[in-house]
Design a protein around this ligand. Structure first.
Ligand SMILES: Nc1ncnc2c1ncn2[C@@H]1O[C@H](COP(=O)(O)OP(=O)(O)O)[C@@H](O)[C@H]1O
Ligand SMILES: [Mg+2]
Length: 134
């Protein structure tokens, strides 16, 4: 699998969350994602970017264009140096929130993509990786 393009953004404000959405939308369109697949990956990106901003106070976003020879895909990586997620299973459960959200973001994002991984260490930070193939 080849990564032929990478794009990075700081997430330090609400506007940056909007920027992440726009970048992901543009990339999905240029890779020929269907409208439905565009919406899925943009929605996942939006939830994950919002979490990075809200729960970690910000972080970094990287967008990779993937190709496995037959299909193109997008990999989203959200990284922060925030408080971490002590219980990932619990955080993924629908309805679980430590804030004022609906608690649907992480579980929802996982269902909207093909590959999903959370790596988190309490006190150090969190990395969420999501891949959707066109
Ligand atoms: N980047 C993060 N750093 C720390 N905690 C996080 C992060 N992302 C998610 N969480 C935790 O996971 C919980 C569930 O997230 P989510 O499913 O998006 O629901 P919501 O955002 O509505 O709370 C959050 O309430 C928060 O406790
Ligand atoms: Mg959320």
């Amino acid at each position: 699998m080849a990564t032929d393009h990478a794009d990075q953004l700081e997430i330090a404000s609400s506007e940056d969350v909007v920027r992440v959405r726009q970048r992901v939308r543009e990339a999905a369109v240029s890779l020929g994602f269907s409208i439905v697949d565009q919406t899925k990956i943009v929605t996942a990106a939006s939830e994950l970017a919002r979490n990075t901003y809200t729960y970690a106070g910000g972080g970094r976003f990287r967008l990779d264009v993937l190709s496995n020879g037959r299909r193109n895909g997008l990999r989203l990586v959200f990284e922060d140096d925030g408080p971490g997620i002590p219980d990932i299973e619990k955080a993924l459960r629908d309805g679980f929130t430590t804030g004022n959200g609906l608690g649907m973001g992480l579980g929802g994002a996982r269902r909207l993509v093909n590959e999903f991984e959370i790596d988190s260490r309490p006190g150090e930070g969190t990395r969420v990786t999501a891949v959707r193939w066109a």
